[in-house]
Design a protein around this ligand. Structure first.
Ligand code: UDX
Length: 439
């Protein structure tokens, strides 16, 4: 099958590469000249483990091309997958400008029957609106285009596995032709395909992401209560997670969810519901808990440190989760800003996020090249991301600090290890260790 993919972000690039690996001929289109130039040389503009290797193999097999020339790519395609960004507007609604621009380009270009597949996350009803938009643009040629919704569920850092071994593929169609084509396109993947109407497919995406976000905010709420009543959240989630109706995934407490999806998708669904006159109270609570959760470490540190001014603060990890260089909506960012505003001397180390960090903070912070470099003589350490490297570190390293005060937003270490290392250790939803030692 000949497939064009509009947009070479996470969704477009990973989907296009996996479809090429499955045997289709794929052309990925982007308007960003730099990205296309890099991709032509098999260099991925995003950090995603294993992706470059797969791009190389698919290019060698002549099944994966990259181009700025959308006209040629769209004109030759049986299927056009749209994976452009739908960022958040000021009011929390989804910005669909890029999506409509691509649709206009498609309508101006195609001459043969083409299936347009929307993979971008869009508010419920958008696919119907796009179908109407195509009808208006094409007039008596409107039968040339069918529109289908096909949300993605890939996570950054495991995007290839999530695509190649997906638990389900959701397709939302309003006609037999679209369903047939999509089933043929996905046949090589051998994954269960759930067919439904377009609005339901759009809702599956939001409901899935928002449910996971709700699970995280729920566990963070319970973790906060654990701290107050003397329970241990790790033991509590172990007890909860073994109930298969609850499940053990997405029960890790922390300083809140970040990234390009959960913060945006919770707000977008809440906004959509409000527009329809309905208040999604569970999602409102999810968002509220997350906003507050982000500042738990600084709140805890204020009990031990009267002022951050002039203090050397070591930060381990900045990306919104491990396995990615992405800092979008990462809880670390507002925390670093707050520390800088209060006059702290911030030293940071993240295994892959340093380049992106530098583009946000410039020379306002110091970039260390190792855990040791940032810990040396620090007055406090904040952990914002649970990189493997941190979880595996020897806790004695914290003794290089001027004061071994560690505020861990991702519960990287067992409490027993923290006790043995004789550090002050605050983590989320657990007993604080060694709080009495320091002035
Ligand atoms: C998410 C969804 O998982 C994916 O299906 C969807 O397509 C896109 O959004 P992603 O944003 O890549 O993927 O990351 P994910 O692994 O879901 O984590 C999101 C945030 O939640 C991270 O900040 C992570 O640290 C946090 N999180 C996750 C927790 O705080 N606790 C958990 O138990 C799980």
């Amino acid at each position: 099958m000949k497939i064009a993919v509009a947009g070479t972000g996470y969704v477009g690039l990973v989907t296009g590469t996996c479809l090429a690996e499955a045997g289709h001929t794929v052309t990925c289109v982007d308007k960003d000249e730099l990205k296309i130039a890099m991709l032509k040389k098999a260099q991925s503009p995003i950090y995603e483990p294993g992706l470059e290797e797969k791009i190389v193999l698919a290019q060698r097999a002549n099944r994966l091309n990259f181009t700025l020339d959308y006209q040629k790519a769209y004109a030759q395609a049986d299927v056009i997958i749209v994976g452009v960004a739908t960022p958040e507007n000021e009011d929390g609604s989804a910005n669909l400008q890029a999506l409509y621009t691509v649709c206009k380009q498609i309508a101006d270009t195609i001459e043969t029957p083409t299936l347009v597949v929307v993979k971008s996350t869009v508010p419920v009803g958008t696919n119907d609106k796009i179908a109407n938009y195509f009808d208006r643009l094409l007039g008596n040629r409107k039968n040339l285009i069918e529109v289908a919704s096909n949300p993605e569920f890939l996570s950054q850092g495991t995007a290839l596995r999530d695509t190649l071994c997906a638990e389900r593929i959701v397709i939302g169609t309003e006609g037999g032709y679209a369903e047939k084509i999509l089933k043929t396109m996905y046949e090589p993947f051998g994954q269960p395909i759930l067919a439904m109407n377009r609005r339901s497919a759009e809702m599956v995406k939001y409901a899935s992401n928002d449910f996971l976000a709700l699970k995280i905010s729920f566990v963070n709420d319970i973790a906060n209560l654990c701290e107050v009543v003397g329970a241990d959240i790790e033991e509590v989630t172990r007890g909860m997670g073994t109930d298969s109706r609850i499940g053990s995934q997405f029960l890790s407490p922390g300083i809140g969810y970040g990234g390009s999806c959960f913060p945006k998708d919770t707000k977008a669904l809440h906004w959509l519901a409000e527009e329809e006159g309905y208040t999604l109270r569970t999602i409102q609570a999810t968002i509220d808990v997350n906003e507050k959760q982000r500042f738990k470490l600084i709140q805890a540190a204020r009990k031990d440190i009267s002022s951050f001014a002039g203090k050397k603060i070591a930060i381990l990890g900045a990306t919104f989760k491990p396995g990615t260089d992405d800092l979008r909506e990462a809880p670390s960012i507002p925390n670093i800003r707050l520390l800088l505003n209060e006059g702290a001397d911030v030293h940071i180390y993240d295994p892959v996020g340093m380049i992106n960090l530098a583009s946000i903070f410039g020379d306002a912070i110091t970039y260390g090249d190792s855990v040791e470099a940032v810990l040396q003589d620090a007055d406090a350490c904040f952990i914002f991301t649970e990189w493997k490297e941190f979880k595996a570190m020897d806790l004695k390293s914290f003794q290089q600090m001027r004061e071994a005060r560690v505020y861990d937003g991702r519960n990287c270490f067992p409490l027993a290890a923290a006790k043995e290392a004789q550090i002050l250790y605050y983590s989320i939803g657990r007993q604080k260790i060694g709080g009495h030692v320091f002035a």
